[in-house]
Design a protein around this ligand. Structure first.
Ligand SMILES: [Zn+2]
Length: 140
C-alpha cells in the first residue's frame, strides 16, 4: 500500500467532520505510565467536561477481570466500545472519566507487566481460573 492511497482515505473521511463517528479512539486515548508502586498502570486522563487531568490507576487484578471478560468491582461494561471502564468521576467537576479497556488491551498490559516482573504468569492464570469458575462473564 502506498502512502498516497492512505491520503485519499483520510481526505474522504475528513469530509464527514465530527459527525462521521471517527476519532472516538483518539478522544479516549490516555497517557499511560506504570504505577510507581508496581501495582498496575496509572493513566492520566483529561476530563471531557472541564479538561483537568486526572490520574487513574488500574490494578493488575482489574486487567485480569477484563481479560476474563468480566467487570471488576466498581467498574462498568460499555457495550458501545465492547470494553470495560472504571466508574470514576473527575476530581474537580465529578464528570465521568471515560477510559475504556478491551480484553485485548488488558492482555497486552498484563503481558507487558509480566515481562517487567510486576505480575507473575501463574498469578494471572490462577486469578483467571477463579474468575471463570465464578462464571460472571459479561458476554460469551
Ligand atoms: Zn472535570
Amino acid at each position: 500500500m502506498s502512502s498516497d492511497d492512505f491520503a485519499d482515505i483520510r481526505g474522504v473521511l475528513s469530509g464527514f467532520g465530527c459527525l462521521g463517528g471517527m476519532g472516538a479512539d483518539a478522544h479516549h486515548t490516555a497517557q499511560q505510565n506504570r504505577a510507581e508502586d508496581g501495582t498496575g498502570i496509572t493513566y492520566t486522563v483529561p476530563c471531557d467536561n472541564c479538561g483537568i487531568p486526572n490520574a487513574i490507576t488500574v490494578s493488575w487484578d482489574e486487567f485480569i477481570y477484563g481479560l476474563a471478560r468480566q467487570v471488576p468491582p466498581g467498574w462498568k461494561y460499555e457495550p458501545r466500545f465492547g470494553a470495560i471502564h472504571p466508574n470514576v468521576g473527575c476530581r474537580s467537576c465529578r464528570g465521568l472519566l471515560m477510559i475504556t479497556l478491551t480484553p485485548d488491551e488488558c492482555q497486552r498490559h498484563l503481558k507487558a507487566g509480566e515481562a517487567e516482573g510486576k505480575v507473575s504468569g501463574p498469578y494471572i492464570a490462577n486469578a483467571m481460573a477463579t474468575l471463570k469458575a465464578r462464571g460472571q462473564g459479561v458476554r460469551g
